[in-house]
Design a protein around this ligand. Structure first.
Ligand code: PRP
Length: 210
C-alpha cells in the first residue's frame, strides 16, 4: 500500500457532492454520515484522510502542504491565488461569477461594488478600464444594492433564486465555476503514484457539461 493522502474537503454546500463523486469513482469511503462534527476523518482502506476545512481556506492548507490535495471551487481558487497545482475539473457545484445590479441601474459618478471576492472584482473592472471602489463583505451580498451600499455587486449565481427574490439582475458573467482538485507541489512529486491513481479513478465518474 502507498502513502496516506491527506485531502482538504470544503465543509458546506460542495461537501456532499464531492463525497458522492469520490464514492462513485470507487474510492472506498463509507456512506456519508451527516451527524458528525468531526473535522478529521480517516479512511485507512482508501488510504485517505479528509480534513474538513472552511472552503476559502482549502488552498491555504494545500499550499502549506498540511493537505496533499484539496477540493475547492474555481471562485475560491481565482480569489486566493495560491501556489498550488490544479489537477482536475471535477464538474460538480456548477455555478457562475457575475456582475449583478438592479434592473434600473445606470452608470454613477463614484461607482462602488460590494463583494466577497475583492481580488476577482478588482481584476475584472481593471481589465475593463473602469474605476470602481470595492467594498468587501462576507455574505448576504445581495443586500448591498438594496440598501445602497454600492450600486453593483460581484457574486456567485447558482439557480438565480437569490437574485429573483431580491429583484436584481445579472449584468454580465465573469467566469464559470466548478469544483477543482488541487495538489501541493511537493506532494505531487513525492506521492505521484497515489495522486495519479486517485485522478484516474475520479476521471471515470466526472461529468463535464459544456
Ligand atoms: C451564495 C451566493 C448567492 C447565492 C447564489 O450565497 O453568494 O447569494 O448563494 O445561489 P442561487 O443563485 O442559487 O440563489 P450563500 O448561500 O453561500 O450565502 P452567503 O450569503 O453567506 O454568501
Amino acid at each position: 500500500m502507498g502513502e496516506m493522502l491527506k485531502v482538504a474537503m470544503p465543509k458546506g454546500r460542495i461537501y456532499k457532492q464531492a463525497f458522492k463523486l469520490f464514492r462513485e469513482a470507487g474510492i472506498s469511503i463509507p456512506e456519508e454520515t451527516d451527524d458528525s462534527r468531526r473535522l478529521m476523518i480517516s479512511f485507512p482502506e482508501a488510504g485517505m484522510e479528509f480534513i474538513l476545512a472552511k472552503p476559502v481556506d482549502v488552498p491555504t492548507y494545500v499550499e502549506y502542504g498540511v493537505a496533499d490535495l484539496g477540493v475547492v471551487g474555481k471562485d475560491v481558487l481565482m480569489e486566493e491565488n495560491r501556489d498550488v497545482y490544479e489537477l482536475l475539473d471535477l464538474g460538480i457545484a456548477r455555478c457562475r461569477m457575475s456582475v449583478i445590479a438592479s434592473p434600473e441601474w445606470k452608470p454613477v459618478l463614484n461607482p462602488r461594488v460590494a463583494t466577497k471576492y475583492p481580488n476577482v472584482a478588482s481584476a475584472y473592472f481593471r481589465e475593463k478600464g473602469q474605476q470602481v471602489e470595492i467594498i468587501k463583505l462576507n455574505g448576504s451580498i445581495e443586500l448591498a444594492p438594496l440598501i445602497g451600499l454600492g450600486d453593483r455587486i460581484v457574486d456567485m449565481v447558482e439557480t438565480g433564486q437569490t437574485l429573483r427574490e431580491n429583484g436584481l439582475v445579472e449584468q454580465e458573467e465573469i467566469f464559470q465555476i466548478t469544483s477543482r482538485l488541487i495538489a501541493n507541489r511537493v506532494s505531487y512529486r513525492m506521492k505521484n503514484a497515489e495522486i495519479q491513481k486517485l485522478c484516474d479513478m475520479l476521471q471515470q465518474s466526472i461529468v463535464i457539461e459544456s
